[in-house]
Design a protein around this ligand. Structure first.
Ligand code: ZN
Length: 258
């Protein structure tokens, strides 16, 4: 298979629980972002059995530049927000299956109730996980001025890099807020990858500053849904593409209220 035809799905998870009850750090309107532990286990087993191999953003870039070959079925696992349940539940499973992941955190949330501490993030860096930016204060960027967007991007990158001695190359936009100007600001701030919440599967020649992801949340968090969304040919994936249209309008035309 030519590298250009290689599909690179990026999955995004937020919170985990044995049920969908309220936990510290999770807003009541976000309970559907809690993925049940059994479902996560099925996802990981499915990916493993199907021969998917987790790669990093850096490997994806290296592959584009011809510096390294990717496995035949790559997948990028991302986790937004840096919630404690990721550390408690998902990380041990990822370690067991030797899966790398990109973890997006907002510095102002780190160490607050329900969220991982800097020490825990440091542990994750030592385990080989990548800590990336989810803006500084977890804010809807499409509502901010250009200067404020720039501040959120620059400050979070600097904060994480200084505290953890890593290089932050990726940004995930909170709550799907991706204004048109963001790409330019992100590039100028030194980001090489920006994750949106638009549904889709990337290929190696896609714009890395506009990466689509597969959002894992209720009610589309069962194993059949994951299979459908990875195949990208089902009714569910069609529905998700329609939703992309609404999100785009919300981000750029302000026709729909938040
Ligand atoms: Zn978030």
């Amino acid at each position: 298979m030519r590298t250009k035809e290689l599909k690179i799905p990026v999955l995004v998870y937020h919170y985990f629980g044995k049920d969908r009850n309220l936990q510290a750090g999770i807003e009541i309107q976000d309970l559907n972002y809690i993925v049940l532990r059994d479902d996560f286990m099925s996802h990981i087993r499915y990916l493993h059995e199907q021969g998917y191999q987790a790669i990093s953003f850096r490997q994806m870039m290296n592959a584009r530049q011809g510096l390294e070959a990717l496995p035949p079925k790559p997948v990028i696992l991302t986790f937004d927000d840096g919630h404690q349940s990721v550390y408690d539940f998902a990380i041990p499973i990822l370690c067991k299956y030797k899966l790398q992941a990109e973890i997006f955190v907002a510095p102002l949330k780190i160490g607050t109730s329900g969220y991982m501490s800097w020490n825990q993030l440091e542990e994750l860096v030592n385990e080989g996980f990548f800590i990336q930016s989810h803006t500084n204060s977890h804010v809807l960027l499409s509502k901010l001025s250009q200067d404020d967007i720039k501040y959120e991007l620059v400050e979070s990158k600097k904060g994480i890099e200084t505290r953890l001695n890593v290089t932050v190359t990726a940004l995930a936009v909170p709550m799907g807020g991706y204004p048109r100007i963001l790409k330019t600001i992100a590039r100028e701030a030194g980001y090489k990858f920006v994750c949106t919440s638009y549904y889709g599967i990337n290929s190696i020649d896609n714009d890395f500053l506009y990466l689509k992801r597969i959002m894992i949340k209720s009610p589309n968090d069962k194993i059949n849904d994951l299979q459908d969304l990875l195949m990208s040919k089902s009714f569910l994936s069609f529905k998700m593409r329609i939703k992309n249209g609404y999100k785009y309008l919300r981000n750029n035309l302000f026709l729909v209220s938040y």
